[in-house]
Design a protein around this ligand. Structure first.
Ligand code: MLC
Ligand code: AMP
Length: 505
């Protein structure tokens, strides 16, 4: 039976001495070195007496060792549960408890804060720092660089990725080996990745885009990655001449275009630029083509489904659209109220079905039932339509969600924190256009009678509760919130009113 995820992404490179990771300082990690590292970590994890199916909650900086931990989880059948490095201890506490993690892996700097949380959960804790040091690697370095992968099948769970919800509580999306493999192998074919590809990888590896799209596609194709700790414009410009392809969120592309050093010459040799995770403005697409001659290939996906649609590699990459459903993915547009199929061309909720669609939310059967239909269609919450040529257009969101620089932010989670602040009667959090992040968070507060809440103090307080990227960039006081006749806050009215706050237009 083997272990399909390990065998098809990692094990297939056994014995290869070709580069897998090119690091910004010029060092190279070959496939063999990477697999040795992963096997040592797998032996170290086995020594901790973890069982296949146990959850490993991981908040570590991007490094070759962090990626090898992903491979080691595949090898040992442990469930890989990566967490955003920006999350506060308060946020992490929820994920560790909710997932009933057996092991927590964190940076040494966060050990003191996380140890009591891990202990309360009876979870073990090891450290892994950005430079590859820490107790995990100390243990691993004493182990043999060989490990027989634990037997698994494609229906076994491989990873949990937490995704926030409209109620404010995050849900653990359970992804199987088949979800990850089917998508990676489809994308390799659709986007023509080969062993000659060198991907400029500046995305974080705790979300779908950097991990299951970028990394898995390179593993499944046999190519290599220029593996950067984060998006740094100077590094990108310096290293692009060595790359063949890049994947990024729209902010990557607007930042490149805003820099005069980014020229057509710098991109002449490039094969492919891909964008996703947030809408790429048609204007950005066109500016990019005017500057470089390349048409960015935009695709659409989500945590629960990996990738659903993509613009074509060979055909027309149509600006402002996310292309066609991927092979094996069925897509339909339904009436938000009745769930019935809508006639071609009409706007409704996008639903998708296919081998890419997840297994449900961890221990949340009601939430799973509300979003994943019995016939396998997942209700994405995105509003879209299909044009006469079959291109899918995302025209908005049926869900109350802000996407800032590719990170999803659910207003409810922030409103719950703001409502708790001294002198605050109620709040509304909305997303407004932002030149760098696409959208950014704006908080609107209504004071309790006779009170005048201190915005500075509120922003300081929420630092310990919410990750920095969720913080409102501005707090505005209003006497009351606009409401419809049903008493529901009219966020569309607020969004329209404040849409120019951070942009010139
Ligand atoms: C950083 N900050 C952000 C932010 N990123 N604030 C809002 N939104 C963001 N996305 C904060 C920093 O903490 C900092 O705080 C300040 O904003 C300025 O930071 P910066 O130096 O300009 O940001 P930078 O580190 O360069 O990061 C920006 C970014 C990064 C866009 C490069 O956020 C990024 O890599 N985003 C990619 C997210 C991603 O991978 N999404 C995929 C999800 S998967 P201070 O304190 O200094 O003010 C998915 C499915 C799919 O959606 O389809 O792919
Ligand atoms: P996440 O939950 O982080 O996986 O984010 C998924 C959401 O990002 C989707 O439901 C969409 O709303 C959005 N998204 C991803 N790719 C695109 C895209 N190309 N255009 C518009 N929205 C996108």
């Amino acid at each position: 039976m083997g272990n399909p995820l390990y065998d098809r992404l990692f094990g297939r490179h056994a014995g290869k001495t070709t580069p897998f990771l090119h690091l910004p300082d010029g060092r190279v990690v070959t496939h063999t070195e990477f697999l040795d590292m992963s096997s040592r970590i797998a032996n170290a994890l086995t020594g901790l007496e973890l069982e296949p199916g146990d959850r490993v909650a991981i908040q570590v900086e991007k490094s070759p060792e962090a990626l090898a931990l992903y491979a080691a989880c595949a090898q040992t059948g442990l469930i890989f549960l990566p967490l955003n490095t920006a999350y506060t201890t308060a946020e992490l506490s929820y994920f560790i408890e909710n997932s009933e993690a057996s092991l927590v892996v964190c940076d040494q700097a966060n050990e003191a804060g996380l140890r009591p949380i891990a202990q309360a959960q009876n979870a073990q804790l090891v450290t892994l720092n950005a430079d590859g040091t820490g107790s995990l690697m100390r243990r691993a370095l004493g182990m043999l660089p060989a490990f027989e992968p634990v037997k698994r099948s494609e229906s076994d769970l491989a990873a949990f990725l937490y995704t926030s919800g409209t109620t404010g509580r995050s849900k653990g999306a359970m992804l199987t080996q088949a979800n990850l493999l089917s998508n990676a192998e489809t994308l390799v074919r659709e986007w023509r990745f080969t062993p000659e590809d060198v991907l400029l990888h500046a995305l974080p590896i705790f979300h779908t885009h950097g991990l299951f799209v970028a990394t898995n596609v390179i593993l499944a194709s046999g190519g290599s990655m220029i593996f950067l700790p984060k998006f740094d414009l100077d590094d990108i410009l310096r290293l692009m001449p060595k790359a063949t392809s890049m994947m990024g969120v729209p902010t990557f592309y607007t930042r490149l275009l805003d820099d005069d050093r980014f020229t057509g010459d710098l991109t002449r040799h490039m094969r492919l630029f891909i964008s996703g995770s947030a809408p790429l403005l048609a204007e950005t697409h066109e500016r990019f083509q005017a500057r470089t001659g390349h048409r960015i290939l935009e695709r659409y996906g989500m945590t629960e489904t990996n990738m659903n649609t993509s613009n074509p590699y060979d055909g027309e990459r149509r600006a402002g659209t996310v292309g066609f459903p991927l092979p094996g993915v069925e897509l339909k547009v339904t009436d938000p109220d009745t769930g019935e199929n809508l006639p071609q061309g009409e706007i409704g909720i996008i639903e998708v079905r296919g081998p890419n669609v997840f297994d449900g939310y961890w221990q949340m059967p009601e939430k799973t039932a509300a979003e994943l239909r019995e016939d396998g269609f997942f209700i994405t919450g995105d509003l879209g339509r299909v044009d006469p040529d079959g291109y899918v257009h995302i025209v908005g969101r049926g869900k109350d969600l802000i996407i800032s620089g590719g990170y999803n932010i659910y207003p409810k989670e922030i409103e719950l924190v703001l409502d708790d602040q001294p002198g605050v009667l109620e709040s509304a959090v909305i997303g407004v256009p932002h030149p760098d992040f696409g959208e950014t968070v704006l908080g609107i507060l209504v004071a309790e009678p006779g009170q005048s809440p201190d915005a500075e103090a509120i922003l300081a307080t929420i630092q310990t509760e919410l990750a920095r990227f969720k913080h409102p960039r501005k707090l505005i006081m209003l006497d009351k919130l606009p409401r419809n006749t049903m008493g529901k806050v009219q966020k569309n009215v607020l969004r329209d009113y404040y849409r120019g706050l951070f942009t010139k237009g």
